[in-house]
Design a protein around this ligand. Structure first.
Ligand code: ADP
Ligand code: MG
Length: 566
C-alpha cells in the first residue's frame, strides 16, 4: 500500500533534483519496475527522450487508489518510517520520482494489479485525472514533452544521440545488473538492444556481442563479513549494541571477461549493489585488483560484478540520484570482491594466456638525438616487468611496459604529424558485433575513424565489417583497438584532444607491444629510445616510467653510514 511519508522521514531523505535529463527518467522508471518484481521491462524512446519515454513492465501493478497516490509527492509503498531509511531493501524509497516527472512533463501511468480492469492516471499541466483503462497485470509509464516548462533545462541537454547514448548506457547497465530480467530498448521505432533474462553470459552477449561474451566465465562467491554494528548510525536494531562482530552473508557474483580482451577505460567494469546498477569505486577497484597482473599497465577488464548483502550494510541514501552508496564494513567487502574475482580467474587458469610480452620494432629508424639514458647500463631484469639499471650513483628501476608505451606514443605522434594513419586491409573482412552505443559511435565518427586507419561497413543491425585497420609503425592493430578508440570517441574528448587521446590509447594497446620477452640487447635499445623521448619519465597516461633509488638510500638502509669502519 502506498502512503504519504511523515515529516521526520522526509527530513532524512537526501534531497536534490531527481530528474535532470532523459536518462534519469529511464533510471527511475526501471528501478520502479524492478521493485515491482518485473521479469520483463521494455523501454521505448523517441528522439533525445524529451519527446517520449515509455517503460512497460509485467510487475505487480497498482490498485486505483495507489496509482492516484503514486504521482503525489513523498508517497511510497517502500518505507514505513524514518528508521527504514537506514536499511532500504528496494531501489526506490523516496516517493519522489513520479511526482518529479509530473512536474516537468506530461505523465501517463497505466496499471493493473490483477483486478478486472486497470487504471490510467494522467498528469498534464499539473492537473491529475484518473480513469479506468484496459491493461494486463503490470505498469506502463509514459513521459512526454519532458522539460516543456523548463526551457533552460531543455537547452542544457546535449545532442540527441548523446542523450540517447546515456539512456542506452543506463538500460545496458541495469540489464547487466539484473540478468534474470528481460530488457529491451527501442529507439525511434528500431530495437537497439535486448537481453533474454537468462543469466550473465546472455546479458553480456546482448551488451557486448559474441566476441566478448564467448571469452568469459561466470562466477558466484558466497562468504560472510564481520561487522560490529558500532558505526550504523540510528539503526533501530538494539542488538547492534553488542561490541562483538556480527556475521553478515555476502554474495559476489557476475561475469569476468578473460584478460585477453581489455579496455583502456574502466567504465566496462560494471558494478551493482543489491540489483542497483551504479559505478561503485570500491567494487571496481577490488575487481581490478582481483585481475592483478593479468592486466597490463593502464588496461581494464570487461566485467560484471554484482554484490548482494543485507541492507544494514549499505547506505543507499547518500546521493540524490542514488548514483552512489556507502558501505559499512567497506574493507571486508572490498577484500571479498578481490578474492572472488581472483579465485574465479585462477580456476579458469588464465595466467599463462595473458602474459603480456613485448619487443621492440627494430624497423624503426632511430631519432638522431642524444638520449638521456646514454650512460645507463642495464644490469638485470626483475619479474619480466622491470629493468634494473645502473646510472652513476643511482639504481634505476624502469617499468618496461610504461617505457614502451611512451616510446610508441612519441613515435606515433612524430610519424603521423597531421597525416592520416597508414592502414592495411583486413582480408577477409572481420565481422564485429558491436554494442548499440558502440555502433552509434561508429556511425557518428566515421570520418575520424577513417583518418585513424579504421574502415568499417555496416553489416545489418549493430554488426559491422572491419575492412581495414591501422598499421602504425609497421605493426598491425587488432579489433580490440577499435573498441578502445570508440570508447575514447564516446567519452566526448574535444576534437583537438581527440587525436592525442587516440594516439595514447593506440600506443598503449597490447597488440603494439606483443612479442617476445625483452632480452639484454633490446633492453638497452629500449632505454636509448626512451631517452630520446620528449618526456621520458612518464607513460602517455601519466604514470611514471622510471624510479630511481640513489645510493645514499641504500647506505642508510644497510646502516653503512660509517663506511670507513666497515
Ligand atoms: P519510490 O519508488 O521512491 O517509492 P516513486 O515516485 O518512484 O517513489 O513511486 C511511487 C510509488 O508508486 C512506489 O512506491 C510504488 O508503490 C508505485 N509504483 C511506481 N512505479 C511502479 C511500477 N512500475 N509498478 C508498480 N508500482 C509502482
Ligand atoms: Mg521509484
Amino acid at each position: 500500500m502506498i502512503r504519504r511519508l511523515d515529516d521526520p522521514t522526509i527530513a532524512k531523505i537526501a534531497a536534490g533534483e531527481v530528474v535532470t535529463r532523459p536518462a534519469s527518467v529511464v533510471t527511475e522508471l526501471i528501478e520502479n519496475s524492478l521493485d515491482a518484481g518485473a521479469t520483463r521491462i521494455d523501454v521505448t524512446v523517441d528522439g533525445d527522450g524529451t519527446e517520449r519515454i515509455r517503460v512497460a513492465d509485467d510487475g505487480a501493478g497498482m490498485s486505483e487508489d495507489d496509482a492516484a497516490l503514486a504521482v503525489e509527492r513523498h508517497t511510497t509503498s517502500k518505507l514505513d518510517g524514518p528508521d527504514d531509511v537506514n536499511a532500504v531493501d528496494t531501489l526506490g524509497f523516496r516517493g519522489e520520482a513520479l511526482p518529479s516527472m509530473a512536474a516537468v512533463a506530461t505523465l501517463d501511468v497505466t496499471t493493473n494489479d490483477g483486478g478486472p480492469r486497470g487504471t490510467r492516471v494522467r498528469v498534464e499541466d499539473g492537473e491529475k485525472r484518473v480513469d479506468p483503462a484496459g491493461r494486463a497485470v503490470g505498469t506502463t509509464v509514459e513521459v512526454r514533452d519532458l522539460f516543456y516548462n523548463r526551457p533552460a533545462r531543455r537547452k542544457s541537454l546535449a545532442a540527441a544521440r548523446t542523450e540517447f547514448g546515456r539512456i542506452s548506457d543506463v538500460v545496458t547497465r541495469y540489464a547487466l545488473a539484473n540478468p534474470y530480467t528481460r530488457f529491451s530498448l527501442t529507439h525511434d521505432g528500431r530495437e537497439t538492444f535486448k537481453t533474454t533474462g537468462t543469466g550473465y553470459t546472455d546479458a553480456v552477449l546482448g551488451a557486448y556481442g559474441r566476441d566478448v561474451a564467448g571469452q568469459s566465465t561466470e562466477f558466484d562467491h558466497r562468504t560472510t563479513v564481520e561487522f560490529d554494528g558500532g558505526v550504523v548510525s540510528g539503526a533501530n536494531d538494539t542488538s547492534s549494541d553488542e561490541s562483538d562482530g556480527k556475521e553478515y552473508p555476502l554474495e559476489v557474483e557476475g561475469l569476468l571477461v578473460y584478460p585477453s580482451i581489455t579496455r583502456a577505460q574502466h567504465s566496462h567494469v560494471h558494478t551493482a549493489v543489491n540489483g542497483r546498477a551504479l559505478r561503485d569505486e570500491v567494487i571496481r577497484k577490488a575487481t581490478v585488483r582481483g585481475y592483478g597482473n593479468l592486466l597490463s599497465n593502464g588496461r581494464f577488464p570487461v566485467a560484471v560484478v554484482a554484490v548482494s548483502l543485507p541492507p544494514e550494510l549499505v547506505d543507499s541514501n547518500v546521493h540524490p540520484a542514488k548514483e552512489r552508496v556507502a558501505f559499512r564494513a567497506e574493507t571486508a567487502i572490498s577484500e571479498a570482491v578481490e578474492t572472488a574475482v581472483n579465485d574465479a580467474l585462477t580456476t579458469a587458469d588464465l595466467r599463462r594466456s595473458a602474459a603480456v610480452a613485448m619487443d621492440l620494432d627494430s624497423s624503426l629508424a632511430s631519432v638522431s638525438r642524444d638520449s638521456d639514458f646514454d650512460d645507463v647500463s642495464v644490469i638485470g631484469q626483475f619479474r619480466d616487468l622491470y629493468l634494473l639499471c645502473e646510472a652513476d650513483d643511482d639504481l634505476l628501476v624502469v617499468d618496461q611496459h610504461a617505457a614502451h608505451e611512451r616510446v610508441n606514443y612519441e613515435r606515433l605522434r612524430a610519424a603521423l604529424d597531421g597525416e592520416a594513419v597508414e592502414s592495411v586491409d583486413v582480408d577477409p573482412a572481420q565481422t564485429l558485433s558491436l554494442s548499440p552505443p558502440e555502433a552509434a559511435a561508429v556511425e557518428s565518427h566515421r570520418e575520424a575513424l577513417s583518418k585513424l586507419g579504421f574502415d568499417l561497413d555496416p553489416f545489418g543491425g549493430s554488426a559491422f565489417r572491419l575492412t581495414a585497420v591501422p598499421a602504425p609503425l609497421g605493426r598491425v592493430l587488432d579489433a580490440d583497438a577499435l573498441r578502445d578508440t570508440l570508447d575514447t570517441l564516446r567519452a566526448g574528448a574535444k576534437p583537438e584532444e581527440l587525436r592525442d587521446e587516440l594516439l595514447k590509447d593506440l600506443a598503449c594497446h597490447p597488440s603494439l607491444k606483443a612479442g617476445d620477452t625483452l632480452a639484454g640487447e633490446d633492453a638497452t635499445a629500449l632505454l636509448r629510445r626512451l631517452g630520446e623521448c620528449d618526456q621520458p619519465y612518464a607513460c602517455p597516461h601519466g604514470r611514471p616510467t622510471v624510479l630511481s633509488i640513489d645510493e645514499s638510500a641504500l647506505v642508510r638502509g644497510f646502516q653503512r653510514g660509517h663506511r670507513n669502519l666497515a
